[in-house]
Design a protein around this ligand. Structure first.
Ligand SMILES: [Zn+2]
Ligand SMILES: [Zn+2]
Length: 251
């Protein structure tokens, strides 16, 4: 699982994944839209019968967050261990703080991370999953980043965030801190035209626009999201939807 924003636990259950089957969680950065369900998802897996460890990987602070989560839920955990005979969830949740480089290697799968710019967050990562059935790169949240284009070069699927600039004023107008919000969004995310420039260099077999900013404006159609991309790159590109499943080319 990559990132655990609000509703993520429910989301993967709806996608047909048994929570106790979850083995690995990767967190790109510590903004709440990426980690709000982080502890909860392991707790829900434990409630549903987790017996094998879940390993999690993320920026500095993930281990501390994991310890704090289980401290917060100590009463429930210890009651159920004593009363119901459940395994200790703290021993089944193994967190690692990561740096750039290969963060997980096993037969057939290699996961690597690079830092990408998302000011003011500096411990912020993109991930690459190299597997026997294909290579998938997740941009996480990032401003336009040439290093990411090289990291993703030739991958099968690039899941990249996208910002639609004409939609930002409408989005910002809904909050009292509009000016600072708009500046944050422009500085820390990638406009659709820049996603196209990046795809032109990276040449993924499929580009998936995800983490759409704004993500809740129905007047912005898929065509509008893709227009800026297509101005710079002719490769295959789609706009992600909740619960979308994508076949890997060699699967
Ligand atoms: Zn973020
Ligand atoms: Zn985000």
């Amino acid at each position: 699982m990559i990132d655990c924003g609000y509703g993520a636990a429910r989301g993967i259950v709806n996608a047909g994944v048994r929570l106790p089957d979850l083995r690995y969680i990767f967190i790109t950065h510590h903004h709440s839209d990426h980690n709000l369900d982080y502890g909860k998802i392991v707790n829900a897996a434990w409630a549903a019968g987790l017996n094998d460890p879940i390993r999690s990987f993320g920026p500095r602070g993930l281990k501390a967050m994991t310890d704090a989560y289980w401290e917060l839920n100590k009463f429930d955990a210890e009651t159920r261990i004593a009363d119901e005979g459940k395994p200790d969830p703290r021993k089944l949740h193994i967190a690692s703080d990561i740096e750039e480089g290969v963060i997980l290697g096993m037969p057939g799968v290699r996961v690597s991370a690079i830092r990408v710019p998302h000011p003011p967050v500096t411990d912020n990562f993109a991930f690459k999953f190299e597997t026997r059935v294909g290579t998938i790169v997740f941009s996480g949240d990032t401003a336009y980043c040439r290093k990411l284009a090289a990291f993703a070069r030739g991958c099968d699927i690039l899941v990249h965030e996208a910002l639609f600039e004409p939609g930002i004023d409408r989005m910002a107008a809904r909050v009292p801190f509009a000016a600072t919000l708009k500046q944050h969004l422009l500085d820390s995310h990638t406009g659709t035209e820049d996603v196209g420039r990046l795809a032109q260099i990276a040449q993924p077999k499929l580009l998936v626009l995800s983490h759409l900013v704004p993500g809740d404006d129905p007047t912005i159609t898929d065509e509008m999201w893709l227009q800026g991309v297509r101005a710079h790159d002719a490769g295959k590109a789609i706009v992600a939807k909740d619960q979308m499943a994508i076949e890997l080319p060699h699967a």
